[in-house]
Design a protein around this ligand. Structure first.
Ligand code: BES
Ligand code: ZN
Length: 620
């Protein structure tokens, strides 16, 4: 039981009655001295500790009919439970089998509607019966044609940041953790997977049972349903994909086990038992999503040469930064992503060597500086701070390279200032001490300062966090291998034939740097000779292709336009779509082309992508 509502608290710590996560002795703690501006939850009155979900997935109606039974931990004078919902058709709420009068409050554009349920301090469980709407924002229902094998339909969820509420009525706040179990019925022959203990084969009757014993916040709830197969990659890892993709995926991810080992060596044991990957159809809006025990990944990372596996290192790293130590609100999002990029870099360095990982660091740093300049020009200086105030805004507005790469650079500067061993000591303790807890930016600063015991660093932590842009004394990574690329590019610009350039040993990262560095006054003949020599338009590497398509649009290099259209129609990863469309709409002709392609492509995109692109292309 927790403290009486209204009691003054600096840090209200609640010992929850839910099962302790594996290997964790301490009770789960929720710090609630912070208010989450993106949730209606009132955790000081009642907290959800466990979800029991029964669901029927219907591809014909594109709906999920479900029952959510929530176990509660109430304050001594609890009267109301507030849940987050968005577009759910709530058909009944029951306590102890009796229907109760619930209120579904008026909807807010971003937050959705609060579901207010009358409870007493003695209420242990609340049952909610509901159906999702066909347009539920987290869900994407794919026709067979939109999958790799083109035989069966597919469904996947994307809950981060605040879309879990569009398929489960829940306290959808990253600071509130619960365990869950589920019984899910899907059409016979299809496999269902969740961010939980998963099956490895198709069930005979289309019914699946799931257990998630480690407590997670709602944004890590996930479900995928499709014609999937499994291949083991190691004692505690494997990959799920559609049949025609499985072999390619298994080869691409063959270093997975060594990544897990490298990660554990750095910052302590992997706390989630298994780590599996699910390769989704190409409309998946992100590169990867760190759903616990089962990372969701875009097929665009299957480049055939492992060149994009840093994405797996990234999602794996979230098993510590994010899933174990979780940002308290979306204003602290940099704690999830910045720490993860840092950790990802360290895994990549360990597995592939420092000169390789420094290329990744240099690419990130260049991208960051461009984004800071761009945001500053647009008057969005405030969004270049690490700590944000997203009250009244879509938390998606915080998903920029600031959280990722400025966050990363801060940690890298701390490492370089303190020395690697010392900084690693801090991080290892940080993950251990704060496991299964929430973290605010302020709590991180306080723990770090305590660790420093007054020792001076050249890093002005508060300036990095609370001031826009980069501090003047920030040290940025550079890559020796990119200096060699720059030299080859110069030769080309001075008239050398591209076939004579020294590119034989280049990885896709060198190519990426080469293409991104092409000057704006390049003429069409130069683009053509490059394309004829290196076949950029035909590249199977989605990063390289995106960089090339952006250059093609900039210079109106029309031979790439067929590929451009094909790529935009097939791929739903927002990170590729946004910069390409945004380059296209810079000219009148380009905008006409963008709108024509978008009309064809839009049905293939998930809500998080259309939400961004509708605004960019001014479609209502
Ligand atoms: N957790 C993020 C994806 C995300 C962030 C979804 C915010 C919704 C809201 C994931 O870990 C991520 O960062 N994905 C990146 C991977 C990249 C940085 C390696 C992506 O999708 O591009
Ligand atoms: Zn991430």
């Amino acid at each position: 039981m927790h403290k009486t509502k209204g009691v003054y608290f600096a840090l209200l710590i609640t010992a929850l009655s839910c099962q302790s996560p594996a290997g964790e002795d301490k009770p789960v703690k929720n710090t609630m001295n912070v208010t989450d501006p993106h949730s209606y939850a009132q955790p000081n009155e009642s907290i959800v500790t466990h979800l029991e979900w029964k669901a029927d997935v219907n591809f014909d109606t594109k709906t999920i009919k479900a029952q959510a039974s929530l176990s509660l931990d109430n304050s001594a004078d609890a009267q109301k439970l507030y849940l987050d919902t968005k577009g759910l058709d709530i058909t009944g709420v029951f306590i102890g089998g009796t229907a109760v009068d619930f209120v579904l409050k008026e909807a807010d554009e971003h937050k959705g509607s609060a579901l207010e349920i009358p409870i007493t301090p003695a209420t242990q469980t609340v049952d909610i019966h509901y159906t999702t709407l066909p347009g539920a924002e987290a869900l994407q229902w794919l026709s067979p044609q939109q999958t790799a094998d083109k035989q069966y339909p597919f469904l996947f969820t994307q809950s981060q940041a605040i879309l879990a509420r569009s398929w489960v009525p829940i306290q959808d706040s990253p600071g509130i953790r619960f365990t869950y179990s589920a019984e899910v019925a899907v059409p016979q022959g299809l496999m269902a997977l969740m961010s939980a203990e998963n099956p490895t084969s198709v069930s005979a009757d289309g019914k699946y049972h799931f257990q998630m014993k480690q407590p997670i916040p709602a944004y890590l709830l996930a479900l995928a349903v499709g014609k999937l197969e499994f291949e083991s990659l190691g004692p505690r890892s494997g990959v799920y994909a559609e049949s025609s993709v499985l072999e390619k995926a298994a080869t691409e991810f063959e270093d997975l086990e060594s990544m897990i080992t490298a990660a554990e060596k750095l910052y302590g044991p992997y706390r989630w038992d298994r780590y599996d990957l699910l390769v989704l159809p190409p409309s998946f809006p992100f590169g990867g999503m760190e759903n616990p025990r089962l990372t969701f990944a875009t097929p665009t990372i299957l480049a055939g040469d492992k060149s994009l596996v840093s994405l797996v290192a990234h999602e794996l790293a979230h098993s510590w930064s994010g899933n174990l130590v979780t940002n308290a609100t979306w204003n602290d999002f940099w704690l999830n992503e910045g720490f993860t990029v840092y950790f990802e870099q360290r895994i990549m360095e360990q597995v592939y060597g420092r000169d390789y990982s420094e290329m990744l660091a240099a690419l990130a740093s260049q991208g960051l500086q461009e984004e800071i300049d761009h945001m500053t020009r647009e008057g969005k200086e405030n969004d270049t701070k690490l700590k944000l105030d997203l009250t009244g805004r879509n938390p998606d507005d915080g998903v920029t390279s600031i959280a990722y790469d400025k966050g990363y650079l801060l940690l890298r500067n701390l490492e370089e200032s303190l020395g690697r061993d010392k900084f690693d000591g801090f991080l290892k303790d940080y993950f251990q001490q704060n496991a299964f807890q929430v973290m605010t930016t302020e709590e991180f600063i306080s723990q770090f300062e305590e660790f420093l015991e007054g020792q001076d660093t050249r890093v002005d932590l508060k300036a990095w966090i609370y001031q826009p842009g980069l501090p003047v004394n920030a040290i940025l990574p550079t890559s020796d291998r990119f200096s060699l690329v720059d030299a080859e590019l110069q030769k080309f610009l001075q008239g050398a034939d591209p076939s004579g350039l020294n590119t034989a040993k280049w990885t896709s990262h060198e190519w990426l740097h080469f293409i991104r560095s092409l000057p704006s006054d390049l003429v069409l003949a130069q683009l053509k000779v490059l394309d004829d020599t290196f076949n950029f338009t035909g590249s199977g590497n989605a990063e390289v292709l995106t960089a090339w398509l952006i250059q093609s649009v900039k210079h109106n290099y029309t031979p790439a336009y067929e590929r451009l259209e094909e790529f935009l129609v097939r791929t739903g990863r927002r990170k590729f779509l946004s910069p390409i469309y945004s380059e296209m709409i810079k000219t009148g002709e380009g905008k006409t082309m963008a709108l024509a392609i978008y009309e064809k492509a839009r049905p293939n995109y998930h809500f998080v992508a259309t939400n961004t692109l509708d605004e960019m292309l001014a479609i209502d």
